[in-house]
Design a binder for this molecule. Sequence first.
Ligand code: 13P
Length: 251
Amino acid sequence: MRKKLVVGNWKMYGNLIENEQLLNTIVSDLAGLKIEQYAVCVPYPYLSSVQNKLKNTNISWGAQNVSQYHKGAYTGEVSASMLNDFGCTFVIIGHSERRSFFGENNDIVAEKYVAAQSEKLIPILCVGETLEQRDRGITKQIIQEQLMTVINKAGVESLRKAVIAYEPVWAIGTGKTATPNQAQEVHVFIRNSIGTQDINIAKESTILYGGSVKASNAAELFAMPDIDGGLIGGASLVADDFVAICNTLNN
Ligand code: 13P
């Protein structure tokens, strides 16, 4: 059975007081639900306080980015081993906001993926097309390139210790969710692409959907056979909404 997962991506939101309130509710409301099914990926400065709050709970945590370099004179960067110092399980790699605002191309994303795994962090590898690419009919080609750059660099076996997130760029923060069928179609495509390399890894790969997931649409998305959970932006900042989405996974 594939692992199901809901991950909150806080992006560049929050402060110490708000985080505390958000986590208090999430921790108490999710207590007792299955272990290792929930995580939050938070801004770097909050990793220490989030670690203190979430250790000994059933919620994991992680970061939203990592350097491709291990150490050195790279001002402003954070290495995978530093994330390990704060007990991170996950790190988001290649989010579309990193790709579009910070110039991360497929090769850099693949390097970051390798750096994360070298420190036993689980990369959440984001792939997805822009609206322009979808309209041009090249969605699958774009996703294939994003995926294959990583597989060519890290090997298909690496996917055993990774999570993939399909996030159509046009659905992120726009309120415009992919329909369950639109998302399922791409999830199957991703699974089949992995399957051309290794059928068992394809079957076991956890593939999340991200892009305007809300409490009101999570159930129909997560009900699709190849959608194994979600990567949640805006709704992960509202405790009741995030808890409702996590609960959907158990239904
Ligand atoms: P929203 O849920 O706010 O659309 O963001 C999705 C996302 O980018 C998660 O990584």
